[in-house]
Design a protein. Structure first.
Length: 541
């Protein structure tokens, strides 16, 4: 099996489900970038229509004119996204505007970057949870009432309770037996132990992404352009103490350039929500970043900010394939086990994903499933650098998986917990009695990988972690809060520019959909207070 084939299958196994096609919503404010005016003016310009960008733009459109620019297309006209029965095909799509842009990190690990309205919520596994208290503190989300209201805004529109089958139910008992306790039942809350989480797939299998939140946008206040690649943020220093962002340049699919300007109020802003790859890349392309690196790329310096592109991290994923003596019902991620530092998930019946009989080393994918171990917020970090000054070239990223011994130790602890669950009484129906744990590990090590060639067996769990490392697509960093942006997500050292997305996070996974809604309300409230104060001063004078 070729690398791209395996990557496509491996990613797709988490998502596919059967459903029927749906008529896409008729958003009157959504257009192709080729239809955009050469020059336009807005109160807010949001770059990136992903998990954070859509709820942010939707909220700001209630009272203001908002431009949302998305480099990808609509999810609604792509059956591979909306119809889970066809979803496996997403990662075979190598076209220039494919919804999942495949790339390799400098670590040699295959990865995927969303390129579609809805961002990661349009191509992910659909698993939903709220965040822990530490994330809220790190993210400076101090208004807990607004946090809860923002979660509810999201959950009412796009989150559902899954129907749990026999394979997932077996894992509930297995995880608890392995010490991942207590069992917390169905809950959106982030809790220690085992639980059934939410899903963004409804009962018919239809995907619901942040694009669905656009139904709450003000159609008179929002303009969305698809296939719009932002190439640069423009700054002025004329009469200013420090650089002021005032416009963006974007290209349509024909290569035509367009300019979108802020109207000029002191409260107008450009907001980057282009993700942990796109946002630091765009800051650098616009002249904000490490001076020497920008000089190497012949990019005019606006602000020497050496921390842009730093602190890049990606939660490592390790996978174990478990053959079963009995057929396994198909399932996406539903039951999860959370302990400090790692999370355990699982999916069943890969044949349901492939749509045809298949096997691996003589074991049918229908007769088995996969269990995933992902680290929560690794301390190993790397960096992002521009490959070129071409905005369509994905930058070079290195995550340094397991560079820090603490991360490797946490992986070993997690794998040990998974192995205990596999050997549990609750899981015995789905395990061959004569197959040892070492047999299962050796079978997994033989799964296709792009990493350097290694033995067909791992001599230790430490080596197993290194030999089987992959990505769970939860990269973060590059524009971290407290380093590149302040507590209000404003870019430090310039005016009228914020970053609100996963690039600001100190750890992941995190609910960036809630973050987008929260910050939209906060920005709107702050602007209203500022305008009232300004009006009061004018009236009193």
């Amino acid at each position: 099996m070729g690398l791209q084939m395996f990557l496509a299958i491996f990613i797709a196994l988490t998502f596919c489900h059967k459903t029927s096609s749906e008529i896409p919503p008729n958003y009157s404010f959504m257009h192709e970038a080729t239809e955009a005016a050469k020059i336009s003016y807005y109160d807010y310009i949001v770059v990136g229509g992903g998990a954070a960008g859509i709820p942010l733009a939707t909220t700001l459109s209630e009272r203001h004119s908002v431009l949302l620019l998305e480099r990808g297309g609509s999810p609604y006209d792509n059956s591979n996204i909306m119809n889970s029965a066809d979803f496996c095909n997403i990662f075979y799509d190598m076209s220039p505007n494919a919804p999942a842009e495949l790339f390799f990190s400098e670590d040699g690990v295959a990865n995927a970057r969303p390129r579609v309205l809805g961002g990661g919520s349009s191509i992910n596994a659909g698993y939903y949870t709220r965040d822990d208290e530490k994330f809220l503190q790190d993210a400076k989300l101090t208004d807990r009432n607004l946090v809860n209201a923002s979660y509810e805004f999201v959950e009412k529109a796009m989150v559902f309770k899954p129907v749990v089958g026999e394979w997932q139910s077996a894992w509930k008992g297995a995880l608890v037996e392995a010490g991942v306790a207590p069992y917390n039942g169905f809950t959106y809350d982030c809790v220690t132990g085992t639980k059934v989480g939410g899903t963004t797939f409804d009962e018919s299998g239809k995907r619901h992404s942040t694009a669905d939140l656009l139904q709450f946008a003000n159609p008179l206040g929002l303009s969305i352009y698809l296939h719009a690649t932002v190439t640069k943020i423009l700054f002025t220093t004329k009469g200013k103490e420090r650089p002021l962002a005032y416009a963006v340049v974007f290209e349509d699919d024909f290569g035509n350039k367009h300019r979108a300007y802020l109207k000029g109020s002191q409260n107008d802003e450009i907001i980057l929500s282009a993700g942990p790859i796109g946002s630091p890349q765009l800051l650098m392309l616009s002249g904000i970043g490490p001076k020497d690196h920008l000089n190497d790329q012949q990019i005019k310096l606006v602000l020497d900010q050496p921390l842009v592109g730093q602190g890049m991290a990606d939660n490592p994923l390790n996978v174990i394939f478990i053959p079963s003596p009995v057929p396994v019902d198909y399932s996406v991620v539903q039951v999860v086990g959370d302990l400090p530092g790692f999370q355990i998930e699982q999916v069943g019946n890969m044949n349901a994903v492939l749509g045809s009989p298949s096997d691996y080393h003589g074991y049918s994918y229908e007769m088995g499933g996969f269990v995933f171990l992902k680290l929560d917020g690794p301390i190993s970090t790397g960096e992002l650098k521009l490959k070129s000054s071409n905005p369509k070239d994905s930058p070079n990223v290195k995550f340094n998986y397991f560079k820090e011994p603490e991360d490797l130790a946490k992986c070993v602890e997690g794998i040990s917990t998974v192995l205990k669950a596999i050997e549990s009484k609750a899981f015995s129906k789905f395990r061959y009695a004569n197959m040892t744990i070492q047999d299962i590990l050796d079978l997994t090590v033989k799964l296709p990988t792009n990493l350097p060639v290694h033995a067909n067996t791992s001599s230790s769990l430490e080596q197993f972690c290194k030999d089987t490392v992959r990505t769970i697509w939860h990269s973060h960093g590059g524009c971290q809060i407290g380093k590149v942006v302040d507590d209000d997500y404003k870019v430090i050292g310039v005016d009228a520019l914020r970053v609100i997305d996963g690039s600001t996070l100190l750890k992941a996974p995190a609910n960036t959909i809630m973050l987008g809604r929260y910050m939209g309300v906060a920005i709107q409230s702050s602007r209203l207070a500022s305008e009232k104060s300004e009006a009061g001063l004018l009236f009193s004078s």
